[in-house]
Ligand binder design. Structure first.
Ligand code: DX5
Ligand code: ZN
Length: 227
């Protein structure tokens, strides 16, 4: 189980300290939300910020591109220190070549899907990805409410993983708190992106520990062993 605080919910007056706080929290990854004001109606940060905070932390940098033209951003983010780059399946025809490009840059390959998009859209790409990101809110803003109708997508992604003997991660992003993290874990998620609940916590270390304990307790694989 991977716990990934999202920098989108950090204190913007001190990014370096916030990345350090995440590093020392026991979290596994740092999730970085990149918004272009076009694919989503909001702007966040660019490769310059990723490059600036990279030396502060050894955490795995999980870079989520919510951008209409990711092809112009893959190299800049790869050079800035991303460990994984996630693009959206809603981009359509270009997705296959984007995924190849990410791999050719030596980075882990991620594919995200928005709540209104049918899960079948990701099916042709399953052999190409290291991680599937099931958006559990409509992307663009932190602090939104979890959309429960996305849970069957997690179950389907998990069923395909089992059937096809694949090992991609299933990540969830948006409205993840202690309760919804448990529901996602039960559905088959293994990677939990959380902004407001984690960075918003006064004690990030305690919040990460609590989320980890909860998702482990709802891990269906461990439940099987206990029977
Ligand atoms: C939403 C972003 C999320 C966001 C989650 O557009 O992709 O990563 O940071 O924030 P919370 O946990 O506050 O919903
Ligand atoms: Zn995200």
């Amino acid at each position: 189980m991977i716990i990934a605080p999202s920098l989108l919910a950090a204190n913007y007056t001190r990014f370096g300290d916030e990345v350090l706080r995440a590093s020392r929290s026991g979290a596994d990854w740092l999730h970085l939300d990149i918004m272009d004001g076009h694919f989503v109606p909001n702007l966040s940060f660019g490769p310059g910020l990723v490059r600036a905070v990279r030396p502060v932390s050894k955490l795995f940098f999980d870079v989520h591109l919510m951008c209409s033209q990711p092809e112009i951003l893959l190299e800049p983010f790869a050079e800035a220190g991303a460990d994984e780059i996630i693009v959206h399946v809603e981009l359509g025809e270009q997705v296959t070549s984007l995924l190849w490009k990410i791999k050719s840059l030596g980075k882990k390959v991620g594919l995200a899907i928005n709540p209104p998009t049918a899960i079948t859209a990701i099916q042709p790409h399953l052999d190409q990805v290291d991680l599937l990101l099931v958006m559990t809110v409509n992307p663009g803003f932190g602090g939104q409410e979890f959309i429960h109708e996305t849970l069957p997508k997690i179950q389907q992604a998990e069923a395909w993983r089992r059937e096809r003997k694949r090992s991609y991660r299933i990540s969830v992003d948006g409205g993840i708190n202690y309760q919804t993290a448990a529901e996602c874990a039960r559905a088959g998620a293994d990677t939990f992106v959380s902004g407001t609940t984690l960075f918003g916590a006064h004690n990030l270390k305690a919040a990460v520990k609590k989320m980890r304990t909860i998702v482990n307790a709802h891990d269906p694989a461990l439940a099987d062993l206990a029977v």
